[in-house]
Write a protein that binds this ligand. Sequence first.
Ligand code: F6R
Length: 249
Amino acid sequence: MYKIFDTVDDVSHYTAQRLIAKITAKPTAILGLATGSTMKPVYAKLLEHMQQTPLNVSQLTTFNLDEYMGLAPQHPQSYNYFMYEHLFNQLNIPAQQIHLPDGLTSDIEAVCSAYSNAIQALGGLDLQLLGIGTNGHIGFNEPNTCFSSRTHVVELSEQTRIDNGRFFTEQSEMPTHAITMGILDILEANEIILVATGHNKTDIMAQLFDSEIDEALPASALKKHKNLTIVLDREAAALLPEQALKNAI
Ligand code: F6R
């Protein structure tokens, strides 16, 4: 299902409301969370709504999609830092219920399998929030990642290093590898919301619309999912065919 809104503000409001609805219906929900520029206004809206209408988040459990290899949680570009800055510092979710892959581990295999196992042991993700890379990645599952993948280490693609390198003082500081939840971990979530905004997502959203389910375009795996909402602003939806826009609410 597509939801298309005029502005980023509307997209973020809608997405925040979906999160609030999930947390209200199930205060013990297991949430899969994403970082990135698309999520900043979503988390800001969520916090804004919560100031007006307090929500009990103390029983939530969260699993982030990914983390750069080699960055400590205190590094301003680490995803751990991002999540605390934009969300967790303002919420009273107990620290032991917050999970991000450990980008500093020397035991990659153990950390990866423990991450996917921890999600499954809790009964799986109730809701997974996703952004999308300009190359169609979800989490850091780059093109040609196996759709049956679990949490694993990836070498970041050239495109991703260019897209995300802008946040680092020097492009050369941008990590080459990351740990990401696998595509299968993502697909097992009960509900998925993919959010894309802005003109740099226009092409990939048109490609995704047209694509078969194909490992060359990781986000196309989502077409198998029974409860997927794709939330776009007008810019990201600009090249979608009439048919998609007509069905969008
Ligand atoms: C981040 C993540 C990535 C981003 C994607 C889009 O945790 O998993 O897949 O969602 O790279 O990033 P932005 O929103 O910065 O365009």
